[in-house]
Design a protein around this ligand. Structure first.
Ligand code: GH3
Ligand code: MG
Ligand code: MG
Ligand code: MG
Length: 309
């Protein structure tokens, strides 16, 4: 193990160092708490600190407190050395964050067993840290699964709703304009009926990737369900949103479709937040979605493959 020995008495440092070396540890020494602290801050290898209590500049208690107040990524096990064996000392040592105590003069057998006990704690800590990392990785994966559409890899409806609600609240607070597009593939039932569901799925994947490729970095593209997609356009007004929608509609129309040309109809709605409405976020979400849906319906009923506000 990598051990930092802190003592202002040179002979004590030497004795402890030679005992620890014999036990097979890597040892670094410091003359007082300040020097030890500098070493700890510049090197995260030290697993154990064996520190004298009474030292000039920064004493053992002060060093303990500093170590415990600093969120080092790994746990530092602290053994305080003391010549005094009064109970008040133990209490203030533990209160400052010490894990164990050893009395001077140093007895090598005592030090050896105390280090073995330290190793048990450090091993346990390492296992816990590893398990924590695993858990974090698993959680990230779960979040991805829960927010991703399995077919297209776009965000799913759940992620869309969450993001739209957040964006609506943010834009209302910041008094920013925001637009929403709903896009629906035209006559897709017929496409499926003619070419089958597998070809239909492929077409949906292509539509999804065209939407993604032709959107800006901050636009939020999702599969709302079936052959319907949504795009949240933050900080975008009526003209900007119409332009974006037209780019998407055009890109899909121009794609070199093999079987049959696929087109989409788009409904656009823009939220100005001009008057301060007393809607809660769910009401806002429902209203915006229904406005975009009505616009989509107008696109459909006036010929399809078009963008309507
Ligand atoms: P419109 O132009 O009015 O939108 O006509 P449409 O045929 O697209 O509308 P409709 O809602 O009647 O049909 C949607 C079709 O989309 C029905 C369904 O078979 C198909 N569909 C929905 N989800 C999927 C999917 O995940 N894969 C495939 N292959 N087809 C899907
Ligand atoms: Mg001392
Ligand atoms: Mg539909
Ligand atoms: Mg459709």
């Amino acid at each position: 193990m990598d051990i930092l020995v802190v003592d202002d008495a040179p002979d004590t440092r030497l004795i402890i160092k030679s005992v620890l070396k014999k036990l097979g540890h890597n040892v670094t020494t410091a003359e007082d708490g300040e020097e030890a602290w500098k070493l700890l801050c510049s090197n995260d290898e030290f697993q154990i600190v064996i520190s004298d209590w009474v030292m000039p500049n920064l004493d053992g208690l002060g060093l303990c407190q500093r170590i415990r107040n600093e969120p080092f990524s790994k746990y530092t096990y602290i053994i305080l050395l003391t010549g005094m064996s009064g109970k008040t000392n133990l209490i203030s040592g533990i209160a400052a964050g010490a894990d164990d105590f050893a009395t001077k003069p140093i007895n090598s057998e005592e030090l050896e067993v105390r280090l073995r006990s330290a190793k048990r704690i450090l091993d346990l800590e390492k296992t816990l840290a590893f398990q924590n990392e695993e858990l974090e990785r698993a959680n990230k994966k779960l979040v991805t699964y829960a927010t991703t559409d399995g077919l297209t890899g776009l965000y799913n409806r759940r992620a869309f709703q969450e993001h739209l609600e957040e964006t609506l609240l943010f834009s209302r607070r910041a008094n920013e304009t925001l637009s929403l597009l709903i896009l629906d593939v035209d006559y897709f039932k017929a496409y499926n009926d003619t070419f089958g569901h597998v070809e239909g799925d492929t077409a949906l994947k292509i539509v999804a990737s065209i939407l993604k490729e032709n959107s800006r970095k901050n636009d939020f593209v999702a599969r709302f369900g079936g052959e319907e997609f949504t795009v949240i356009l933050p900080n975008t007004n009526y003209n900007g949103a119409t332009l974006c929608a037209e780019v998407l509609r055009n890109a899909i129309e121009k794609y070199p479709w093999l079987e049959r040309k696929v087109t989409i109809s788009v409904g656009v709605t823009t939220v100005e937040h001009k008057r301060d409405r007393d809607e809660n976020v769910t009401e806002m979400y429902t209203r915006i979605l229904s406005e975009a849906d009505q616009a989509l319906y107008r696109s459909k009923s006036t010929g399809r493959n078009k963008v309507t506000h």
